[in-house]
Ligand binder design. Structure first.
Ligand SMILES: [Zn+2]
Length: 240
């Protein structure tokens, strides 16, 4: 039987620094009528009230929502990263092939959840999240990050349009693509996001890759590309 979440031992340093986190499996589909019940299961697993889980309307951009003690929770806020310094709340993103990234600080001052599809990765959402944390006075060198289940470099085929969008952002992006037939490429979003985290100051050894590809791991993962419109979603959530 598959658990509702991946074993925390696969999250690297995050499991010691922020034990209250999870990456869900396809056991919870977060779809239609049962989505509310799935959120309740996540809340139970994280020992928090369901109403204390902060979610956003994800728009594939680089906007960061900062939640501090006293910040009211605005339902439906548009953002692709949520930073939280409030111990009474938990932050969560939903994905189905896009890259979920959970971040925590070794001194337990901040946690963050990031949703990085190709557009968000191209817009630099992971770096934007680290910059926003640094603005709170927390050094990026103190952070740990885990890159969760998502479509891996083995499966994520894109066309020229995507590659050109990345190259117009940074020439470094060339290293994230490998040729995959005429006008097509395999894009390594895991590395793209890890490189952005590291460029923003997170130490390379503090970035963990779960190396779970949603395209390959049918048993545990939803994949929008594989499952189409019927795909469920997977949640990455973290609290202080
Ligand atoms: Zn794959």
């Amino acid at each position: 039987m598959i658990d509702i979440a991946f074993p925390s031992s696969t999250s690297g340093a995050l499991s010691a620094v922020a034990p209250r986190h999870l990456f869900t499996t396809r056991v919870l589909p977060f779809r239609g009528d049962t989505a509310a019940a799935d959120w309740v299961r996540v809340a139970e697993a994280l020992h928090t009230p369901e109403t204390a889980i902060v979610r956003v309307s994800q728009v594939h951009g680089r906007r960061v929502l900062v939640v501090t003690p006293g910040t009211p929770t605005v339902s439906g806020a548009e953002a692709d990263a949520i930073i939280c310094t409030d111990p009474s709340r938990t932050v969560a993103v939903r994905v189905a092939d896009c890259v979920p990234i959970l971040i925590a600080d070794r001194s337990h001052r901040v946690v963050a959840a990031v949703h990085a599809g190709w557009r968000g990765s191209c817009a630099g959402i992971a770096g934007a999240a680290i910059e926003a944390i640094a603005e709170l006075g927390i050094p990026p060198a103190d952070l740990v990050a885990t890159i969760g289940p998502s479509m891996g470099p083995c499966c994520y085929q894109v066309d020229d349009r995507v590659r050109l969008a990345f190259l117009s952002m940074t020439p470094d992006a060339a290293e994230w693509f490998s040729e995959d037939g005429p006008n097509h490429w395999k894009l390594d979003l895991w590395r793209a996001n890890a490189d952005q985290l590291i460029a923003a100051g997170v130490p390379a050894p503090s970035v963990t890759h779960m190396n779970v590809c949603t395209g390959d791991d049918r048993e545990r993962c939803w994949s929008y590309r594989r499952d189409g419109a019927g795909a469920g979603r997977m949640v990455a959530a973290i609290g202080l």
